[in-house]
Design a protein around this ligand. Structure first.
Ligand SMILES: Cc1cc2nc3c(=O)[nH]c(=O)nc-3n(C[C@H](O)[C@H](O)[C@H](O)COP(=O)(O)O)c2cc1C
Ligand code: SF4
Length: 517
């Protein structure tokens, strides 16, 4: 039987040399005339082990990592049974992976991402097949019953959004997948596009059938060229295999998808700016109401969902709402793909039911900081998320529990900082980021962010520190209450959390400020 050897084509793996490793594997197979095949899979999400090379055996896949092209010959010489300095044993037994609860990411790293046969063999299309036999309202109800909430940041219940679009009469409706993925330290959308693109296409097709939309768009951030190319390939294959088109899986249902490259601005991830951008205009916020669900793309009712939200739909339909809802706690149901990044030893993707803690993620999975110094802070939920001190690391990962402590789950990005971090600098960065990325439509954000950065500069220089801290608080209140969208509205979250939890970093006496320069 042909032995399959896996080397990931995920952009993170490519960035550390998976390309040359794959070429070396091909060369060894040819030179040794082996009955073996190289599969370019998605990443398992154990990023510190990339490039990870896996050899299929009757017992399971044996992993080696991180591998360079120069290591490949010795791995082939040894074979999967013998020892090798880079041998990791059975990949699925590595605790980082074995302890996860993978629902949305169940196939990522396992299948050949662009093989429909592999996709089906691993549970793909089961959800769509079931949906094709259901009434649209029943599909929407199933998603509502699962408790799925938007994984893009706001955590809005997906079933309610779909219900609004279903209930709005129109000759044309749209499904828009938000794959702009602008949050710092996040890469789950990208990993799905590169590692299991059919799950997104299937989720979008189910959404289309549910709400009566025949056309979908995937809006992909411009910094993701590999994901974009993979989506284009996957869409073409999906058309050939009748997952898309005028006769989905032999039914009389119609749905098609196009991939579009984003415009390279953080604000283009906000749903109304995204729609402006998709329509060919500058990414700028639209006033709400009307909601996109009523008047969205080209003025038509539109479901705008994050990629992970849509890619979670097939498993919900395949296994039923109750199965998905069984994971999680409170109003946070199902699983969350959490992305560990920043100063962390074992960065990567960890899909777990809601309810885990930052402590477990950072120490048990992440192994502490990459620098070996103590963890001092983490920022959760992207550049607009709160900075958490270590004494809050036991708060359960849950939308409401995080909000109660002044933070947010966001898109599941966790960026770790060691004790060399200066939280005043981070607060300045938050204002500066907002100033750069502001769409300019409203004054609190456009001007407030600029004034905020200037005021933190004064604090850092030790100028009238107490008064300027008050000015920052005032500015934050104005931005929070007066901004048109969450870019300006949430910038106070990192700033205020930094001031609340790390006040010592803002206590800049002139002498201290001089010493820091
Ligand atoms: C400034 C800003 C940036 C955003 N960026 C993203 C993004 O990159 N990806 C995303 O899915 N949602 C992003 N959102 C949230 C979207 O506006 C919207 O809530 C989301 O796409 C809805 O999908 P969901 O309900 O599945 O989460 C952003 C929001 C704001 C205010
Ligand atoms: S808060 Fe206002 S200026 Fe800032 S991005 Fe949103 S709409 Fe644009």
């Amino acid at each position: 039987m042909t032995t399959r050897i896996f080397v990931s084509l995920d952009a993170a793996a490519l960035s550390v040399g998976a390309g040359p490793v794959a070429a070396a594997v091909r060369a060894e197979i040819a030179a040794r005339k082996l009955d073996a095949k190289l599969v370019r899979n998605g990443s398992r999400g154990l990023l510190w082990l990339e490039p990870l090379l896996e050899i299929e055996t009757p017992e399971g896949r044996i992993g080696y990592g991180p591998v360079t092209a120069a290591d490949v010959k010795s791995i082939f010489d040894a074979g999967p049974k013998a020892d090798h300095p880079l041998k990791l044993g059975l990949v699925e037994a590595i605790p980082y992976l074995a302890k996860q609860q993978r629902l949305t990411f169940a196939r990522v790293g396992i299948t050949d991402p662009i093989s429909m046969e592999d996709y089906e063999a691993h549970g793909g299309l089961k959800g769509l097949r079931r949906a094709l036999g259901m009434a649209p309202a029943a599909i929407v109800q199933e998603v509502a019953d699962s408790g799925l909430r938007g994984r893009g940041g706001a955590g809005f219940p997906t079933g309610i959004k779909w219900k609004t679009v279903l209930g709005t009469e129109a000759a044309q409706k749209y499904i828009v997948c938000n794959a702009d993925e602008g949050d710092s330290g996040t890469f789950s959308d990208r990993m799905i596009m590169e590692g299991d693109p059919f799950s997104l296409i299937e989720g979008m097709a189910i959404a289309g059938i549910a709400v009566g939309a025949t056309k979908g768009y995937v809006y992909i951030r411009s910094e993701y060229p590999h994901a974009f190319r993979q989506m284009i390939r996957a869409i073409e294959i999906a058309r050939v295999k009748n997952l898309l088109g005028t006769n989905i899986l032999g039914s009389n249902r119609i749905f098609d998808v196009e991939a579009r490259l984003g415009a390279g601005a953080y604000i283009c991830g906000e749903e109304t700016s995204l729609l402006e951008s998709l329509e060919g205009r500058r990414g700028q916020i639209r006033f709400k109401p009307p909601l996109p669900a009523i008047e969205g793309l080209f003025g038509k009712p539109t479901v705008v969902n994050n990629l992970v939200s849509l890619a979670s739909v097939p498993i919900i339909l395949a296994e039923g709402a109750a199965h998905y809802k069984d994971f999680g706690l409170g109003r946070s149901r199902g699983t969350m793909p959490i992305q560990l990044a920043g100063n962390i030893k074992h960065g990567g993707l960890i899909e777990l039911a809601f309810g885990t803690t930052l402590r477990e993620l950072i120490y048990d999975y992440g192994g502490g900081t990459y620098s070996g110094r103590p963890v001092r802070a983490v920022q959760v939920g992207g550049p607009l998320g709160a900075y958490w001190p270590t004494n809050l690391f036991d708060v359960p990962f849950d939308y409401e529990a995080f909000a109660a402590k002044g933070g947010m789950v966001g898109h599941g990005g966790v960026v770790v900082f060691d004790d060399s971090v200066d939280l005043a600098k981070q607060a300045r960065f938050a204002f500066h980021f907002c100033a750069i990325e502001s769409c300019g439509k409203c004054t609190p954000c456009r001007i407030g962010s600029q004034r905020g950065a200037e005021t933190v500069d004064k604090i850092m220089r030790g100028e009238r520190v107490v008064e300027n801290i008050d000015v920052v608080r005032d500015l934050c209140e104005t931005m929070r209450d007066g901004s048109l969208c969450a870019l300006g509205g949430l910038t106070p979250m990192p700033v205020m959390s930094a001031m609340e939890h790390f006040p010592e970093d803002f206590d800049r006496s002139p002498a201290r400020a001089a010493a820091a320069e």
